[in-house]
Design a protein around this ligand. Structure first.
Ligand SMILES: NC(=O)c1ccc[n+]([C@@H]2O[C@H](COP(=O)([O-])OP(=O)(O)OC[C@H]3O[C@@H](n4cnc5c(N)ncnc54)[C@H](OP(=O)(O)O)[C@@H]3O)[C@@H](O)[C@H]2O)c1
Length: 289
């Protein structure tokens, strides 16, 4: 039997496949799926089974999931289509005989009011009612959401947001992927819901971390949700994405991206990567390019 990793053509799914290979899962027991299988060609060369799966086109899914007993269901990207995408995948997984589904949700999905939590909450409920055994990984906000802004922050000496003095328990994708690989390969997790976050910080504290690592003053500039949305749109983000990001910051201000859970540390068996470490690594990676 094999384990299907959806979204393997994306950042998180790819890291999970790499983790599984690192912990000696035989490549032929891994099925890596995505819409764009060209991005998975190197995995195919390493013996991983690669299949196309588009959750918006259920006709692609039966073949993609055939022969698997376990699935990592990585949430898709298009806001407003994510629940339907996940429902199609869960239904197809059941048809294919997949009995265990691990779903990547968002931290505090059951209580958060931010727009992004809604489709995760509906997917969690659908999965619980589906009859499949499941594990919910409520992934924290990615540290990469901040480290990816490094070029702009270095240029303008400012970190922008509408998070006020809220705390965010952000975590590196690499740690979240390790947690997923642990849950996929160890017994004893079925039925669990894990809140996965790293050491919390405010965005003013994060700006101080940027200042420290870059050796120059970076200010946190807090703005209204409306102003932040139009700033993001002006910077080229599609309007619905800009609205969701600013809305997430409003949720952050209310504590919706904060968790005091130590689930992540327990699953990965070491302290989670900190903002300082992630930023230092991002700067080093930029310098070596
Ligand atoms: N916690 C956070 O801060 C945070 C931030 C951003 C996103 N997320 C969520 O976490 C997920 C994983 O993050 P990531 O960084 O790996 O995102 P990513 O790099 O954008 O990867 C998204 C993956 O979803 C796949 N996908 C999109 N639409 C699909 C569809 N209709 N059917 C099948 N696959 C589809 C993509 O496949 P193709 O590339 O082949 O199209 C890709 O493999 C995201 O999709 C999003 O739901 C979380």
């Amino acid at each position: 039997m094999s384990t299907v990793i959806t979204g393997a053509s994306g950042h998180l799914g790819r890291l999970v496949v790499e983790q599984l290979l690192t912990i000696a899962t035989p490549p032929e027991q891994i099925v890596a799926t995505g819409r764009d299988v060209e991005k998975l060609a190197d995995l195919a060369q390493r013996g991983v089974t690669v299949r196309r799966a588009d959750f918006a086109d259920p006709t692609t899914l039966d073949e993609a999931f055939a022969g698997a007993d376990t699935m990592l269901l990585v949430s898709t990207t298009t806001i407003g289509e994510r629940f339907e995408n996940a429902r199609n995948a869960i239904d197809a997984a059941r048809r294919a005989g997949v009995t265990r589904i691990v779903y990547t949700s968002i931290v505090n999905a059951s209580t958060a009011h931010m727009t992004l939590a809604d489709e995760h909450r509906r997917t969690e409920d659908y999965l619980r009612d589906s009859g499949s055994e499941s594990v919910i990984l409520r992934n924290g906000w990615y540290l990469e959401n901040y480290t990816d802004q490094l070029p702009m922050i270095s240029q303008y000496h400012a970190l922008l947001g509408s998070a006020q003095d809220g705390l965010v328990s952000a975590a590196a994708r690499r740690d979240l992927a390790t947690a997923a690989a642990t849950v996929l390969t160890q017994d004893g997790h079925l039925g669990a819901t894990y809140e996965l976050g790293g050491a919390p910080f405010t965005l003013a504290e994060l700006a101080a971390t940027f200042s420290d690592v870059l050796g120059t003053h970076i200010a946190y500039q807090d703005m209204s949700v409306a102003d932040y949305t139009s700033t993001l749109t002006g910077a080229g983000l599609p309007p619905e994405m800009a609205a969701a990001v600013a809305d997430a910051d409003a949720g952050l201000a209310l504590g919706e991206l904060y968790t005091d859970s130590d689930d992540l540390e327990k699953l990965i068996g070491r302290p989670a990567i900190t903002a300082h470490e992630a930023l230092r690594d991002a700067v080093a990676a930029g310098e070596s390019r």
